[in-house]
Design a protein around this ligand. Structure first.
Ligand code: SF4
Length: 325
């Protein structure tokens, strides 16, 4: 087996080896599944809130085919994406299948769909890590950016607290992460960390909430004035090495080398076409990698609006972590 991670975070440590031009992982140390194409929230910074599409989700047999191959390499599996993974109709079967192969599993969720039954299931199957994504530093900001009412906010908190109380031997690892804008009162960062650390292992304020997609993809330039925030400036030049170590499998089975891709422009193949290994080492994958590694980030519409091309002044530098002993 290529990888033998004893902790899910080892996959991220491994990925740092490939942050250089033309240094390509033999097989991705972590693979992201975007299991569905929908979300139960309508966050105002999220592209999913601005499209109408038919409900679609990854065929479970194709999911199993991919996991069977991934199990040969030992990569971390992640259920994350713009969409909400807990909406997948086979979510319990998918969790069971990954864990039955001995793989590490990470889930990022808005936390609103965790029932008591699902919480017990997650604990029973020993899901390794869960990140709960927030927006803003206050309940009001969360409700504004996430477009939800106070009942929904409280339900999310309640679900997180339940999981924290019930879990055994600190599994899953639980993290709460939020992004902020200049609308937030930065003096309340410590309070955010203090209050949420009562029911999580780590609280992270990861900088900025990114609205460029909404402005440029969806032609809504008024988003900045509506929210009373400034559009960030573009950096001079920036290179990206994500396609050297990351693979995304979308709900359609399409494969892309970036979990931040919203469009299908960087599609390299479909899971039905070939093995993941052959797709990863295909000419098309290499061609896309070379373009993106070179810093030519205007070639693909996803790269054009990617957060790494923008500068967020003091917000960018406000990253703050708290890990409990
Ligand atoms: S969208 Fe961003 S992270 Fe993804 S490949 Fe392009 S530049 Fe890199």
């Amino acid at each position: 087996m290529l990888y033998n991670f004893s902790h899910f975070s080892d996959a991220y440590i491994e990925s740092r080896k490939y942050l250089k031009e033309n240094i390509i992982a033999k097989f991705p140390p972590y693979i992201t599944f975007q299991l569905v194409n929908r979300c139960n929230f309508r966050c105002i910074m999220c592209p999913v809130s601005y499209i109408k599409s038919n409900t679609n989700e990854l065929d479970f047999n194709l999911f199993k085919k991919a996991v069977d191959e991934i199990a040969k390499y030992g990569s971390l599996i992640r259920f994350i994406g713009y969409e909400e993974p807990l909406l997948y109709s086979n979510i319990k079967e998918a969790i069971s299948y990954v864990k039955s192969k001995g793989l590490k599993l990470h889930i990022t969720t808005n936390g609103s769909l965790l029932s008591d039954e699902l919480i017990n299931f997650i604990i029973d199957k020993k899901v390794d890590s869960i990140v709960f994504s927030f927006q803003g530093l206050s309940q009001n900001e969360y409700m504004t950016i996430r477009n939800v009412n106070a009942t929904k906010y409280k339900k999310v908190l309640n679900n997180i607290q339940n999981l924290y109380k019930k879990r055994v031997d600190t599994v899953p690892f639980m993290k709460i992460t939020t992004t902020i804008t200049k609308r937030d009162n930065l003096n309340s960062k410590d309070e955010f960390i203090k209050s949420h650390s009562k029911y999580s292992d780590e609280v992270q304020i990861t900088g900025f909430t990114h609205f460029i997609h909404i402005d440029e993809f969806f032609k809504k330039p008024k988003i900045w004035s509506e929210l009373n925030i400034e559009k960030p400036t573009q950096k001079e030049s920036v290179k990206c090495f994500l396609p050297n170590y990351e693979m995304l499998i979308k709900h359609s089975g399409d494969i892309i080398q970036c979990c931040g891709a919203f469009s299908d422009e960087m599609r390299i193949a479909n899971i039905k076409d070939s093995s993941l290994y052959d797709i990863w080492h295909s000419k098309k994958a290499d061609k896309i990698r070379k373009i993106i590694n070179s810093g030519n980030l205007t070639c693909f519409s996803d790269c054009k609006v990617c957060p790494i091309r923008y500068s967020y002044d003091e917000i960018e530098n406000s990253v703050s972590d708290m890990i409990k002993n």
